[in-house]
Design a protein around this ligand. Structure first.
Ligand SMILES: [Zn+2]
Ligand SMILES: [Zn+2]
Length: 343
């Protein structure tokens, strides 16, 4: 089959003919129809995640089941599906409680296994990890759900417990941040979007953000706009500065959700713990979304309350996927929108 591979950290991505994946006894092989191109793929290519080489990136995709293992009963050849980027084992306490996003035995296509920049991808524990697509949902829209959009949905609905009329501050308006803006507006929350880029803030306003802030220290402005601080705040970028600003922007008993990955020195970011104590703040993470939480999100997409297709910047083909990933070196996320490759 055709796939996009890299042979060493940072080496050019190339289209190659590789062996198709084996079907696990409890798993499925999926004919990939569309795959999103995400900054996490770019981080792995740059060696910030350890992957075995040569490696096929890609972790958010949609497609059609083409093979199933003998143990699979809930899905059959021909089913249209997508898959969360975290694949749970399906057996542990976390998975059985519906929390596969934190399964200690998890694997991830495009990181711990071959990914979806390919004509086929294998997924283990298929009964547990596959998500059936609604009939009306096209493959390109479905391909943008598995990572950024689903993570934002889990972060706001499950972790932040965001309600109508509450204020949400969104720090960083790339793919995750703009997803958060759209989802918050859909649940009736009020959004203040923070980003240094005027283009990103224009996108956030188009998606329903009520206020936008580009200030170097946005915290006083967020407190003023929200009359005392946001009820919830998301660091969608992942940096010490945005994480600290997010926590400082909260009102008493507010919830900070860390969605952007904290890599390198940011992993040990000093946070304003005195505020966490005195304002009784919650500091929460969000790491993808388990298949079990997908139906609520899919329902909101089918009935038109959520329109993830509005976040798509361009649609390319598999041959261009490697170039698109390499081009992220120079790219401002919100300007490009989500790039999807069809296969
Ligand atoms: Zn598990
Ligand atoms: Zn991703």
């Amino acid at each position: 089959m055709r796939a996009v591979v890299f042979d060493a950290v940072g080496s050019p991505l190339r289209v190659a003919e590789v062996a198709p994946p084996e079907c696990p006894p409890d798993g499925a092989v999926i004919d990939v129809k569309a795959t999103g191109i995400c900054r996490s793929d770019w981080h792995a290519w740059h060696g910030r995640e350890v992957v075995s080489l040569p490696h096929i990136p890609g972790h958010e995709f949609s497609g059609v089941v083409t093979k199933t293992g003998a143990m699979v009963s809930a899905f059959a050849v021909g089913d249209r599906v997508t898959v969360p980027f975290v694949n749970g084992c399906g057996l542990c306490d976390w998975c059985r409680a519906g929390q596969a996003q934190v399964c200690p035995y998890q694997t991830q296509p495009g990181f711990s296994r071959a990914g979806s920049f390919a004509e086929q991808v294998a997924i283990p524990a298929a009964d547990f990890n596959l998500v059936r697509l609604p009939e009306t949902m096209d493959f390109i829209t479905a391909a943008v759900l598995g990572c950024r959009f689903a993570t934002a949905f889990h972060a706001l609905t499950t972790q932040a417990r965001l309600k109508a009329r509450e204020w949400l501050a969104v720090f960083g308006c790339g793919g995750v941040g703009l997803s958060a803006v759209m989802i918050a507006v859909a649940v009736g929350a009020r959004v203040v979007a923070v980003d240094p880029s005027p283009t990103a803030l224009t996108r956030a306003a188009d998606l329903g953000a009520e206020a936008t802030v580009a200030a170097t220290d946005p915290v006083p402005t967020v407190h003023s706009i929200t009359a005392g601080g946001a009820h919830s705040s998301v660091d969608a970028l992942g940096s010490t500065a945005t994480a600290v600003s997010s926590i400082r922007s909260l009102r008493a008993r507010g919830r900070h959700i860390q969605v952007g990955l904290m890599l390198g020195d940011d992993e040990r970011a000093p946070l304003p713990w005195e505020l966490v104590v005195s304002r009784e703040l919650e500091v929460l993470g969000a790491h993808g979304m388990a298949a079990r939480e997908y139906p609520a999100m899919l329902t909101m997409i089918v009935d038109g309350r959520l329109e993830p297709q509005r976040l798509i910047g361009s649609v390319i083909d598999l041959e261009q996927a490697g170039e698109a990933l390499m081009a992220m070196d120079e790219q401002v996320p919100a300007q490009a929108g989500i790039v999807v490759a069809t296969i």
